[in-house]
Design a protein around this ligand. Sequence first.
Ligand code: URA
Length: 491
Amino acid sequence: MFFARLSHPADFDGWREAARRAVALGVAPDEMSFVVGEEAPGLFAEPLPEEMPDDAPPIAVAKAFPDLARNMLCHSDPERFLLAYRLLWRLQAEKGLLEVASDDDVIRAREMEKAVYRDAHKMKAFLRFREIETGEGRHYIAWFEPTHHVVELTAPFFMRRFAGMVWSILTPLRSVHWDGADLSFGPGASREDRPKEDAAEDLWLTYYASIFNPARLKVKAMQAEMPKKYWKNLPEATLIEPLIRGAEEASRRMLETAPTLPSLRHERVMEMGEMARAAKVAAVPHGGNQPQTLDEARAEAKHCKACPLWEPATQTVFGKGPEDAPVIFVGEQPGDQEDLAGEPFIGPAGKVFDAALAEAGIDRTQAYVTNAVKHFKFTPRGKRRIHQKPTMGEVKACRFWLEIERDIVKPKLVVALGATAAATVLGKTVTIRDTRSRLIDIGGDTQLLVTVHPAYILRLPDPDAQKRETEAFHADMGLVRRTVPEIALAA
Ligand code: URA
C-alpha cells in the first residue's frame, strides 16, 4: 500500500504529479491512497517512490480528463483523490471511458464536478467584502463558508473583478490574498477574523431594501437560489425576514398607489422585445426630471437598465471631466479595464488617446471624456472578456445619457472617436471617410469633429499603416487644439 501527500485539499498539481508517477509504477487504485497536509497515512502505507521508472509507458489521458479531475478534486468528499486516480488508471486501457454515461465512476465524478460548479457560483454571488483601513490604505476582507474547496477555483474570478483593490477572502480551510499584483493562498481562518460592519455595508443595506420588490416575492425560489446557510454572512440577510413579513402590506400599498396602467399598444411593443422602442419607453431613469449636474446624472445612470447590457457589466461607466469643459470626446463603449475601474479610456485604447493628446499639447483633465454606450458589452472567452460592438438598439437606448452630458457641459466642440460615436451624435449612420477631419456644425454653438477610434489604430496589423494612421490621428488632435485653444496644456 502506498500514499502520496498533497499540500492542500484541492492540490490538483500535487495530485497529478503523484497520480502519473503511481500509474507509471503500476500501483493499482486499491493499493494507492492520498493524504492532505499533516494527515496521518494508513498504518501499513508507505510513501510512493519518488523516482519515475525509466521504462514507464507514456500516460494516456482523454482531453476532457484534466479539467474534470481539477474540478472534482475541489469536492469535499474524502474519496475524490482516489476516484480521480481510478479514472486515470482505467483510462489507460479504456480510452472512451469518460463518454460512458452509465459508468458508476464517471457518474460520481460528474456529480462532484456539478456540485463544485454550483458551490463556486454561490461563492461568486454571495460573497461580500468588508472594508477596513490599514496603515497602507484600504483592504477588503470577506468571510465565506463554501461547501467544497472552491477558493482556488474562484480566486481568478475575484482577481479579474476586483483587480484594483487589495483584498482577502477567508474561509474555514483556506484563504486567498490579492495585493493588486499577486495572488497568494494560505491556511484557513475563523469567522471572528473578519472585520465587523463597515460604512459600505450601510449603503448596501439601503440599496437592497430599496430594490426589494414585494410584488415579485417568491420565497421558495429565493431560498433555492440563496439557501439559508449563506444568509448569516450576507449583510442584507438581516433585512430579508422583515421584508418578507412586510411584503403583503407593501404589495397592497404598491397596487393602491400604482400609476395608470400602460396602454395595450405599449404592452405589445414591450412584448415584441424590440430593444430600441422598448428602451424609449422603459428608460426614463430620471423619471422626467432632467438631472441638473453631472453628479446627479452620474448617480442616476448607475441604475440604468435601459438595455440588457447593464446586467453582465460590472458598473455604468459614466463620463469624466469638468462640467464646463470646452470639449467632449466621445468613444464607443467602455472596455474591460474601464468596466472594472468605472472610468472611460484608461485601458490600451486610452493609452493611444493620451499619447495623441500629449502630442497635440492638450490637457485631458480639462476635457470631458465619455462614451456613446455606458456599459461594457462583451462575450466571455475562457478567462477573457472579448469586446463586442453594441447594436444600434443599444446605442439608441443609451443616447439620452450623452444628450444629458452635452446639455450640462455645453461644449464648443464634440469629438466623435469612431463611427459609433459619430452616429450617436449625428443621429444617423455615417462613414469616417465622408466625415473625418472637418468641423461640422451641429447647432447650439457646437461643432463636431469626427475622427477614428484609437482602438482602430491599435488593431492595424501593418506597422506602416499604423504609423500613417497615428499621424493622421495626431493631426486631428492638433485641429482640436486649434479650435479650442483654451484646452492647451499649461506652458
Ligand atoms: N474604447 C472606448 O470606446 N471607450 C473606452 O472608454 C475604452 C475603450
